[in-house]
Design a protein around this ligand. Structure first.
Ligand SMILES: *Cc1c(COP(=O)(O)O)cnc(C)c1O
Length: 422
């Protein structure tokens, strides 16, 4: 991936200088590269093509929550991808961006009645169900609508994804999915229900997985469960394998997509008609950066703080997951000594730290930095904490850029509030 690279000592996004973008849009700002997202899609498709003939290609349903900007979703739609959504809001986005309803999967443990109804009205591919009461609710709503709701039961295989505790989702102690015994009973119940059409099983064991071993373990358990359902006379038409493929943030080794495809081909593909994948981070993670300015350099006897105009409200991953994100100067100063910085934001929280003890060339107030690999779970997790407006999102297309989300204003935030009379 060379989309964000130095040319003549200046960090670029494709053909554009990031300092030029910053001058026009201000900071903080998210900057995405359309070509980088395109490359990520192509790499996954190519890896799958190595194992699957074109008529048997798994459906790639991009997990919108990673980065749901309309222009990002429209790019997914143009590449024939579907979407994995987790709310009615994301359904609205995905449809508006042009993603076809028959390629949309609705995941999540807490779908409310309005969201379920909307999904059924729009005719999405399937609702991935995470509990018995949820399945009963879906069946009741489908009954009122006089239709059969397409459902998939989400299996919790109780495997360790070997990732950060806050992004592990496939252990018995996590709120997600149904345990094997519950899946079997519920599957049988659903098959007999007049308002349910049971398509199959899904799983999603966690995010930022850097080894294929947990995938293998989970896929094998899923295959075993599917076989046992089929042995009992139930049909399993679709197996949805979730997302979770990790990317390189620091010095991890990302799993090989070719091997991932072979694993699916060997373990899953003999069992069902349709395979679904739900990658999020893999497609957008390395395709975006957060551009920020240095407000102050603050020195104490033991530390040197680089205080940025971007904080945990703009990019939450370091505070929430102790995530590592490389921080680079936009203009690489020549012949400067290297200094150790704690890179922090302006938010009134000690957790508002983007990087600890980073060796960077000596930098000054007003200099620009890029926080790398912020294309997934960056803008989509941003908040208004400290009444800080959401940053804009910029999409670079070759030699131009388009503001695909404007910077929010303080008025945008306050307008929804009411000041009560005495
Ligand atoms: C978040 C999520 C994904 C995407 O995960 P990534 O690690 O970004 O690939 C896929 N499926 C479900 C159900 C999810 O909740």
């Amino acid at each position: 991936m060379t989309v964000f690279a130095y040319k003549d000592g200046i960090l670029h996004a494709d053909q554009l200088r990031l300092d030029d973008i910053a001058e026009k849009t201000g900071t903080p700002a998210y900057v995405y590269s359309e070509s980088a997202i395109g490359q990520n899609i192509d790499s996954l498709k190519q890896a799958l093509a190595g194992s699957f003939p074109s008529e048997d290609m798994p459906l790639i349903a991009y997990a919108c929550k990673a980065c749901g900007n309309l222009s990002v979703l429209a790019l997914m739609a143009r590449n024939d991808l579907g979407a994995d959504i987790v709310s009615g809001g994301e359904l609205t986005r995905a449809l508006r961006a042009g993603i076809r309803p028959e390629k949309i999967i609705f995941s999540g443990v807490g779908k409310c009645a309005g969201e379920i109804r909307m999904a059924l009205e729009r005719g999405i591919l399937q609702i991935n169900v995470e509990s018995k009461p949820e399945l009963e609710k879906i069946a009741a709503i489908a009954g009122e609508m006089n239709i059969k709701a397409p459902v998939v039961l989400r299996y919790n295989p109780d495997v360790d994804a070997e990732t950060h505790a806050k992004i592990t989702t496939g252990r018995e102690e996590n709120k997600f999915g149904l345990l094997a015994a519950d899946v079997t009973a519920l599957y049988e119940w659903a098959c007999a229900h007049p308002n349910l059409q049971v398509r199959g099983l899904s799983l999603h064991i966690g995010s930022q997985l850097t080894s294929l071993a947990p995938f293998r373990a989970a896929f094998e358990k899923l295959a075993e469960l599917a076989k046992s359902l089929m042995a009992q006379g139930m049909s399993v038409e679709c197996l949805d394998l979730g997302g979770g493929l990790g990317i390189v943030y620091e010095n991890e080794s990302a799993p090989s997509l070719e091997e991932y495809a072979r694993l699916i081909k060997t373990i899953i593909s003999p069992l069902c008609k349709q395979i679904i994948l739900e990658p999020g981070r893999l497609l957008t993670g390395n395709a975006g950066i957060l551009l920020a300015s240095i407000l102050y350099i603050k020195e104490t006897p033991n530390r040197r703080y680089m205080i940025l105009d971007a904080g945990m409200n703009d990019m939450m991953r370091p505070a929430l997951y102790d995530a590592y994100h490389e921080i680079r100067p936009v203009i690489h100063p020549e012949n400067r000594r290297s200094l150790k910085y704690d890179v922090v934001g302006p938010v009134c929280e000690t957790g508002d730290t983007l990087g600890v003890g980073r060796n960077l060339p000596e930098m000054d107030e007003g200099d620009l930095v890029a926080v790398m690999n912020c294309g997934a779970y960056g803008a989509s997790m941003a908040s208004n904490y400290n009444t800080r407006p959401l940053p804009p999102e910029i999409m670079v297309r070759d030699t131009t850029f388009i503001t695909v989300r404007q910077r929010q204003t303080v008025e945008d935030i306050i307008n929804l509030e009411t000041k009560m009379d005495e």
